[in-house]
Design a binder for this molecule. Structure first.
Ligand SMILES: Nc1ncnc2c1ncn2[C@@H]1O[C@H](COP(=O)(O)OP(=O)(O)OP(=O)(O)O)[C@@H](O)[C@H]1O
Ligand SMILES: [Mg+2]
Length: 352
């Protein structure tokens, strides 16, 4: 242990394999993996604070479950906005809880003295230095001995199986709950990027507002998210769901049928804004890069990559091949895990 601590102080990455974890605190979902074991946490990024006692009482899935139906003195917080910490204390508590639940039992089995572990995490390319420092501090406060922050798009592309370290351009779009993050990567570095605050959480609000206006019904965020996840598609298989909310007219319970066509109609302008963003980014890149992009295509990652037919919908408009990575929502955490086995490449994507 003594030697591990001294290596920590030196900041070396040469002790890969010793007490190392990967952390991806997503806007919707936090994923934590242990180097030797794989993913051990995949839970909603939500906490519940008892405002009477100032204690955090719900974490992850259970906090999200009661979002919108908790008693007044329980405040449900999602501490991440657009891929960045928006509530520092809640983030610390959330991560601390997950560390205690799934990381400590792995590393500290039958040990009285807790050795520290090193946490590798990522941050979006548009984050400021202050936001980077907040992420580092939150993980340290939650129990990590040391934190290394990696460039998110490159890591995500690597996790999606793309040759991000080659001299050929790679175009990856991570479509998560917070951000739509587009990046063109060559030789392990970003040559052009663009982020749009039009991720899944924004889409849920759009669905909520749409049903408010069109059907005069008020629904909660979790219901809107479920409608998006279950009904949104760009293919021919139309689905239907019956949901319950409150009538705008008299405040009484009301149920309505919502179809895939409704959800498409609500979200189409958001998707077209995303496509415009892709076109804007393509316009800024040097001509030498365009050829490689057209040849290699665009790869989609993130939870929105699960929307059936989204690849073809984007491809039809921008006329560049588009594909969805395998297991798109886990691309970032898988990218960190893969890089932990490759310390030379890992060193190239470390930001701090
Ligand atoms: N089948 C699906 N159809 C539509 N949306 C989906 C589907 N599956 C997941 N999603 C959405 O994907 C989002 C979660 O994606 P992801 O896990 O990549 O986000 P995140 O990593 O937490 O966010 P970010 O990286 O932006 O901080 C949620 O908005 C979720 O509703
Ligand atoms: Mg993510």
């Amino acid at each position: 242990m003594q030697s591990f601590l001294s290596q920590l102080q030196k900041g070396a990455t040469s002790f890969i394999g010793t007490n190392i974890i990967a952390v991806d605190i997503g806007t919707a979902i936090t994923r934590i993996a242990i180097f030797e074991k794989g993913v051990v946490i995949r839970e909603p990024s939500y906490v519940g604070l008892n405002t009477k006692t100032n204690e955090y009482v719900f974490f992850g899935g259970e906090a999200k479950e009661i979002y919108g139906k908790a008693p007044n003195f329980i405040q449900i917080i999602h501490p991440m906005d657009f891929g960045i910490i928006s509530d520092f204390d809640s983030t610390v508590k959330l991560i601390e809880h997950f560390f205690e639940k799934a990381v400590h039992p792995f590393f500290f089995k039958n040990k009285l003295l807790k050795t520290k572990f090193i946490a590798y995490t990522t941050i979006p390319s548009n984050a400021t230095e202050v936001e980077e420092r907040a992420l580092e501090e939150a993980l340290i406060k939650a129990g990590a001995g040391r934190v290394r922050i990696l460039e998110k798009s490159t890591v995500t592309g690597f996790g999606a199986g793309l040759p991000v370290f080659s001299n050929d351009p790679v175009f990856v779009i991570d479509m998560g709950a917070g951000l739509i993050e587009m990046a063109i990567i060559i030789a392990g570095g970003i040559v052009a990027s663009k982020t749009l605050k039009l991720g899944g959480f924004h889409m849920d609000m759009v669905i909520k507002n749409y049903l408010h206006l069109k059907n005069g019904i008020i629904i909660g965020e979790n219901t809107a998210e479920k409608l998006k996840d279950d009904l949104m598609q760009f293919s021919d298989t139309k689905k239907v769901a019956t949901i319950r909310g409150k009538s705008l007219e008299n405040g009484l319970p009301r149920s309505i049928r919502v179809t895939s066509t409704d959800v498409n109609e609500a979200l189409i302008s958001t998707f077209n804004q995303i496509i415009d963003g892709i076109k804007d980014l393509l316009e800024t890149i040097p001509p030498e890069v365009v050829d490689g992009i057209v040849k290699n295509g665009i790869t989609l990652t993130g939870g929105l990559g699960n929307i059936p037919g989204i690849d073809k919908y984007i491809m039809l408009d921008i006329k560049v091949p588009v594909s969805i990575s395998e297991n798109p929502a886990d691309a970032t955490i898988n990218g960190i895990l893969k890089l932990l086995k490759d310390k030379d490449r890992l060193a190239r994507v470390v930001i701090r």
